[in-house]
Design a protein around this ligand. Structure first.
Ligand code: F6P
Length: 324
């Protein structure tokens, strides 16, 4: 392998730039050329490439977002789109690809590999932590810290006004952000898609908590949770059943995807980038780099795509005990 392409794809996450830096510098270290691909698979289709040297990635380890930009390409889902991409890939002399992204991006990489026998390696970049084969995705830790900082601030105003706040957090179909940030911020209740609490149990629990002497409460709601139709409907339901409480909703939104990556995410990105490039150089293909028990290891891409992550039930129990 003489020339490796690298792209960021799907929703951006803090740590993507740090991973890009690591891939580019590991290539430089091993005397391999590196091409940055702009706007994910769309850039692959359009041949939007730029040569990257160790100096192209100066001062980006601390930057949120992705300097390569990201996109969700519809055209790459078509055979014609992928053929166009392959033409550009061949013309550029690229002979392997590192995809930094989530499961949709890995599916694209697998299809490309199947159709053109092209070596592909994945690095999990998403705040949702919803990728099988790694206990942590790039950006998850930073997003947790952002959410906890926001909830700390909401708690100040909640307790000053004796209010109940619903705080909606991201996470797509899974509750990892909600559960971990909820415990970290000391939320009274955490609603996640993996555990259906039901509206009545929620109200009972909030009543108990009020009777136990709490004058304000924070309920963290994962965006994928189905306890109510949505967080505003939950607010109406609780207000109706607990007229003693003033209820407010705060939807944190895309601020959770931005910001400077935490030290954990920077170190993880650096380790994953090295492993991705060195695995390609060893002739491995169709894997994702993951971290488990603090060891960097490979997981077959199809397992990473098909496998489901599980919620930490012990953490749920811890959360219940903390809200006694
Ligand atoms: O996958 C990351 C994520 O931020 C999810 O948490 C969220 O559901 C989704 O992306 C939002 O996507 P978009 O930025 O396209 O609205």
């Amino acid at each position: 392998i003489k020339k490796i392409g690298v792209m960021t794809s799907g929703g951006d996450s803090p740590g993507m730039n740090a991973a890009l830096r690591s891939v580019v510098r590991t290539c430089a270290f091993h005397g391999v050329e590196c091409l940055g691909i702009y706007r994910g698979y769309q850039g692959l289709i359009e041949g939007d490439f730029k040569e990257m040297t160790a100096r192209s990635v100066n001062n980006i380890i601390n930057k949120g977002g992705t300097i390569l930009k990201s996109a969700r390409s519809q055209e790459f889902r078509t055979v014609e789109g992928r053929k166009k991409a392959y033409e550009h890939v061949k013309a550029s002399g690229m002979d392997a690809l590192v995809v930094i992204g989530g499961d949709g991006s890995f599916t694209g990489g697998m299809v490309f590999n199947e159709e053109f026998n092209f070596p592909v390696m994945g690095i999990p970049g998403t705040i949702d932590n919803d990728i099988y084969g790694t206990s942590s995705t790039l950006g998850f830790d930073t997003a947790l810290n952002t959410v906890v900082e926001c909830i700390d601030k909401i708690r100040d105003t909640a307790s000053s006004h004796n209010r109940l706040f619903f705080v909606e957090v991201m996470g797509r179909d899974v509750g990892h952000i909600a559960l971990n940030a909820g415990v970290g911020a000391g939320a009274e209740e955490i609603l996640i898609p993996e555990e259906d609490m039901g509206k009545d149990r929620l109200v009972e629990s909030l009543k108990r908590s009020r009777e136990s002497g709490k004058s304000s409460s924070i309920v963290v709601v994962a965006e994928g949770d189905k306890t109510g139709d949505n967080v505003f409907e939950l607010k109406d339901y609780v207000e109706k059943n607990m007229p003693e409480y003033e209820v407010r909703v705060s939807v944190l939104g895309h601020m959770q995807r931005g910001g400077s990556p935490s030290c954990w995410d920077r170190v993880l990105a650096s380790r994953m980038g090295v492993k991705a490039v060195e695995s390609l150089l060893e002739g491995k293909t169709n894997y994702m780099v993951g971290i488990n028990n603090n060891k960097i290891e490979l997981c077959p891409l199809d397992m990473a795509v098909k496998g489901k992550t599980e919620i930490d039930t012990e953490l749920l129990r811890v959360s219940d005990i903390m809200t006694v």
